[in-house]
Write a protein that binds this ligand. Structure first.
Ligand code: FEO
Ligand code: CA
Ligand code: CA
Ligand code: CA
Length: 828
């Protein structure tokens, strides 16, 4: 016992003395005592360290005597410091001649989940904190005589910070991410997702895209699965990735690009192209060593294509405007197309949004066979093509009763009706479509109460018990409007886990009020309800006569006309929305506009810029770099009819923009252009708590002289954290004009960083993570979009591993999963 008393500790039977200080002299005594004891007994020994963020921390704690005279000796680091979302490793050391069991427990501070708690080494993710916060942990070791020694350590947690070095802009043909992160290609165009479907050859000969991942992967979302295959919102290791397939790089889908003979497309090519659109549901899993893969044979896997049966729900169900030869009563339809951004419902379903559907229809030339009202409506939505995208309606089907191609010819026919031609087929598109990803037997439901638009996304505001459900809706076209749907029903949290998920969708998404936004110059705004009887006639415009709405279904089929009628604010292409999960602020990307729609004298406070961003020798006037607006509902009520707003960020080229353009103070490490995808980290991990991370994806053509498209991550403030600013806009020929707007606090290199740069020719779109925030899924859309089958201008993702691929390798839209090498929350 003399060696123990020599250290100045007092011992009594079974007692434990703990010292939590980092007093070096105590540590030295531990070492001294350890050496002596090792000499005496030649006992087991182990190194002693506790590691926080790579630093080895020294300290000492306690010891007591054991029954065979010699005690267990423990040592842990006395303290460490880190910030929210990072991995902390607690390393205890125990030494004794006999066998030892040891464990870690938390004794103070916000509760964390300890992994490996029943061992000497435990880890946890530092929790979200709003200020410096200490967590204390106890290490307990027991020897084979049943005597226990204990040490404690303190970990100081700071609030979240972006934990990486901002990436440089680049034009490489790979996905680049910061040091310390790993990119894994998860699913690619053509990957088989049905048992028996052959591997993708990627030479243009592959068929059956209804059994493969589609093209142009866009928005995506993770739906967790338990080990038994049930819905599990907490799962971060097994889930369903629901991804939109917006469009085609058609040149790579066939051996030598698309063909036609005498203006007639081959049926086999058209089938491939049609089926490569839509939505995919794919099971993905995390395997050993955090390796992510998709499960080809999963029974959950599903493709929804433009041919998949759909149900029409909501106020327009059964309208004469939706009657087609496929659905004589206007209650059903086939398929979804040009699925762009998304939403998730809060009750386990996915919302997919039909965006540029209008162009797929052949329609021009039939004005004389339609009513003037019909023509006004079709023109307002751009259903004016003389061919329809990809010319599918030209196919002469082998089976004369097969209408899968003829349906894309929406021309009214002489003597025909909605029962004999496809004049109403365009009214079947432009909707938000709800899908139950967990039940492939259920037909998706088109939610007509949310209006027919060029829908970008459908993102819910934060759900609150007893409050109505708000859905924010961008209509992505130059000069279009921003909308909000408010449910009639108040949210009941018990609905979140209901078994019949689409029935819950019926409750909240089939009855309610669509509103359109008007932004005032003073930083306020109003939501104007688009309700039949209160919406005035749409005035005569150009060659269109005054439009008199017939009923609520007419308004919901034509919200753009209703928005015109009430004087809604014309926006610079409203794209994604995102809801701050903590404070409810709603963010909206306004990707860009050009001088013809937003001329020098045509700005307003919410769309305030007109300038030139030169690209090489070319001028780009208008608002080529876009901005991100945000709003807060009055009283934070989802049903509010008024709000306050400001502009969170202005895109700009930091190299050549002046201070009237670079209004957010962007630098080379965070400049961007044309924001599109927008997503807050999930509130189930530190990235989405306290001050959540906002991820910004670009779909840009203006800054591509300097960089491929990119994804940034920000820690934004709140609506109103800046102030009023008056800017000088500059048009061609030296003309100027001033515009006052509401600007948020400028970005800094600490609050906005570039996290990812994509390969050549791509757009970055689609982002979500596992609930724990440790695996981030990102969509890389249309790499190599400007190349040809003979000369692809990207070979990504085949290039990802080494930077190169065999000449001629075709690019493939893909999803990547990004993990932090140390296992921490991505971005922090
Ligand atoms: Fe499909 Fe507006 O992006
Ligand atoms: Ca430029
Ligand atoms: Ca988009
Ligand atoms: Ca694109």
């Amino acid at each position: 016992m003399t060696e123990l008393t020599a250290h100045g500790f007092a011992y009594t039977d079974g007692d434990v003395d703990t010292n939590t200080s980092s007093n070096p002299s105590l540590n030295a005594m531990i070492q001294q005592r350890y050496s002596r004891r090792a000499t005496l007994r030649s006992g087991a020994a182990a190194a002693s360290a506790a590691v926080f963020g790579g630093a080895i921390l020294a300290g000492c704690d306690s010891a007591n005597a054991d029954g065979d005279f010699f005690p267990v000796i423990v040592s842990v680091g006395s303290s460490g410091a880190t910030s929210s979302g990072r991995v902390v490793t607690l390393t205890g050391n125990a030494t004794d001649a006999g066998t030892i069991t040891s464990s870690w427990t938390q004794i103070s501070g916000p509760t964390v989940t300890l992994t490996g708690a029943s061992s000497a080494t435990a880890t946890f993710i530092a929790p979200a904190v709003s200020g410096p916060t200490n967590l204390q942990f106890e290490y307990r070791a027991t020897d084979n005589a049943g005597q226990t020694s204990v040490g404690t350590t303190t970990v100081a947690i700071s609030p979240a910070a972006l934990g990486f070095t901002s990436l440089a802009k680049n034009k490489n043909d790979i996905v680049t991410v910061p040091a310390g992160y790993t990119v894994t290609v998860l699913t690619r165009l053509g990957d088989p997702i049905a048992s028996g479907a052959p591997a993708y050859k990627n030479d243009g000969t592959d068929t059956d895209f209804a059994s493969r991942i589609g093209d142009h992967g866009d928005a995506l979302y993770w739906y967790g699965l338990s080990a038994s295959g049930a819905r599990d919102d907490k799962s971060s290791t097994r889930g369903l990735l629901v991804q939109n397939h917006e469009n085609l790089n058609v040149q790579y889908l066939h051996p030598n690009g698309p063909t036609s003979t005498g203006g007639v497309r081959p049926e086999a090519e058209a089938i491939k192209e049609i089926e490569a659109h839509g939505v995919s549901v794919t099971e993905i899993v995390e395997g050993a060593n955090r390796a992510w893969t998709y499960v080809q044979n999963s029974t959950f896997n599903r493709r929804i294509t433009p041919n998949t049966p759909m149900v029409i729900n909501g106020p327009v169900r059964g309208s004469a405007m939706l009657r087609t030869p496929f659905s004589s009563d206007g209650t059903a339809g086939r398929g979804t197309i040009n699925n762009c951004a998304n939403g998730h419902s809060g009750w386990g379903t996915n919302l997919t949004c039909e965006e540029n559907w209008a162009g797929y229809f052949r329609r021009s030339g039939d004005d004389a066979l339609r009513t003037p009202r019909e023509v006004t409506g079709l023109r307002r939505y751009g259903v004016t093509s003389s061919t329809g995208s990809y010319g599918w309606s030209t196919v002469v089907a082998a089976d004369a009763t097969d209408t899968r191609f003829r349906r894309w010819d929406a021309r009214a026919t002489a003597g025909g009706t909605a029962a004999t031609d496809w004049r109403n087929e365009p009214n079947q598109f432009g909707w938000v479509v709800e899908i139950d990803p967990y039940d492939k037997t259920k037909a998706p439901r088109k939610r007509t109460a949310l209006g027919r638009l060029g829908h970008e996304g459908a993102w819910l505001g934060n759900l609150a018990s007893g409050k109505k459900v708000a859905v924010y809706l961008g209509d992505d076209s130059r000069g279009e409007y921003f909308y909000k749907f408010v449910s009639d029903a108040a949210w009941n949290p018990a609905d979140a886990q209901a078994a019949d998920r689409l029935a819950i969708g019926d409750k909240y998404l089939d009855a309610g009020t669509l509103h359109v936004a008007k932004f005032n110059a003073d930083g306020t705004g109003v939501w104007v309800p688009l309700v039949f009887g209160s919406v005035p006639n749409r005035p005569a415009t150009g060659s269109d006569a005054e439009y008199v709405f017939a009923d609520q279904a007419d308004i919901l089929v034509h919200p753009r006309l209703a928005g015109d009628a009430v004087g809604a604010t014309r926006m610079d292409r409203p794209e994604w929305t995102a809801t701050n999960p903590v404070n409810g602020d709603i963010y909206l990307t306004l990707t860009n506009n050009n001088a013809s729609v937003r001329p020098l004298g045509g700005t307003d406070a919410a769309n305030p810029r007109h300038y030139n961003d030169p690209k090489g020798a070319s001028n780009q006037y208008g608002n080529p770099n876009g901005h991100i607006l945000r709003l807060r509902e009055n009283a934070s009520d989802p049903a509010a009819t008024g709000f306050v707003w400001d502009i969170y960020l202005f895109g700009a080229d930091s190299a050549d923009a002046d201070s009237d353009v670079n209004l957010s103070g962007l630098t080379a490490s965070n400049d961007f252009s044309s924001p599109d995808g927008l997503w807050f980290s999930r509130p189930t991990n530190p990235g989405g708590q306290v001050k959540p991370l906002l991820w910004i994806q670009t779909d840009d053509g203006a800054l591509t002289d300097r960089t491929n498209n990119q994804m940034l991550v920000a820690i934004p403030g709140t609506v109103g954290d800046g102030g009023s600013v008056t800017i000088t806009n500059r048009g061609s020929g030296g003309a100027t004009a001033t515009q006052t707007t509401r600007r948020g606090a400028p970005a800094t290199d600490a609050t906005l960083k570039r996290f990812l740069v994509g390969p050549v020719g791509c757009e970055i779109t689609g982002v979500d993570s596992t609930p724990d925030g440790r695996a981030l899924f990102v969509g890389i859309q249309h790499p190599g979009e400007d190349g040809t089958a003979a000369a692809p201008d990207s070979s990504w993702p085949a290039t990802q591993a080494t930077g190169t691929a065999p000449a001629g390798t075709r690019p493939r839209s893909s999803v990547v999963v990004i993990t932090k090498n140390d296992g921490g929350v991505v971005g922090l």
